[in-house]
Write a protein that binds this ligand. Structure first.
Ligand code: ADP
Length: 251
């Protein structure tokens, strides 16, 4: 579903990702862990085409996200091409980024109606189902500021799912929340991970959550994957000293 081939990303002279190869298979849940600054968020931002790689290619479900074919040449993707492929990706950010001037229901229907061209009634029906899934059916008529951070984040999850993406990217989605609100958001994500076939790529510091939902955990250090494997292996018997150090600091 996701394929990075030799992706390099630099900011000035700082190489943040260094010829990164990475594959995520359809329906799998992959968690990226590693020290702050190791390039995890940069990977998600490249997938959202908020950044462009300096070298290498990214593919989504067999199509180039970063490039397009012109004849038999591969050229950097136009914005139009990237937008088209990116429709298959939903992202939830640390700061929920809801539309503050729209009520909850409209936050969720806005993109399906205006980007996918879905009929308003169908979009509302789907939004109600999703609000039920995230436990917020009673709040559809409120504005984001009338909700707690945890509730806002659950609306953001429903909003991302409303586009029926093939891939859901989660970027430290509980980091901005008060501690007592974290569990509710993680429960919703566990439910989605266990009951849907969506591919998930997740950056998190919540190691118990990572252990519960991941098929694969990738440990990053300085822009490289230093080891990866099933959570039971990475969390209980990591190969690398760097992984052991990291886990003993966060667990
Ligand atoms: P992580 O998610 O693992 O904490 P990031 O991907 O956010 O790491 O960042 C990796 C490195 O890239 C950090 O050193 C960060 O300061 C740098 N970086 C990220 N975005 C930018 C940017 N837009 N301009 C300059 N440096 C950046």
């Amino acid at each position: 579903m996701i394929r990075f081939d030799k992706v390099t990303k630099r900011f000035g002279s700082h190489t943040v990702l260094d010829a990164l190869d990475m594959k995520v298979y359809s329906g799998k849940h992959v968690t990226l862990i590693g020290p702050s600054g190791s390039g995890k968020t940069t990977i998600l931002r490249l997938m959202m085409t908020l950044l462009k790689p300096d070298e290498g290619t990214i593919m989504l479900n067999g199509e180039y996200l970063t490039h397009e074919k012109k004849g038999d040449k591969l050229v950097p993707a136009s914005d139009k091409h990237s937008r088209q492929i990116r429709k298959n990706i939903g992202m939830v950010f640390q700061q929920f980024n809801l539309f503050p001037n729209m009520k909850v229901l409209r936050n969720i229907t806005e993109a399906p109606v205006h980007v996918l061209g879905l009929d308003k009634d169908a979009a509302e029906e789907r939004a109600r189902e999703l609000l039920d899934l995230v436990g917020l059916s009673a709040h559809l008529d409120k504005y984001p500021t009338q909700l707690s951070g945890g509730q806002q984040q659950r609306v953001a999850i429903a909003r991302a799912l409303a586009m029926r993406p093939q891939v859901l990217l989660l970027d430290e989605v509980t980091s901005a929340l008060d501690p007592e609100l974290v569990a509710g958001v993680l429960d919703v994500l566990r439910d989605i991970a266990h009951t849907t076939d969506i591919t998930m790529l997740c950056v998190t510091h919540e190691m118990n959550f990572a252990r519960d939902i991941s098929d694969c955990v990738m440990m990053f250090d300085a822009g490289r994957v230093i080891e990866f494997g099933p959570p039971e292996q990475i969390f209980t018997d990591p190969e690398h000293e760097r992984t052991r150090e990291f886990l003993s600091a966060v667990l």
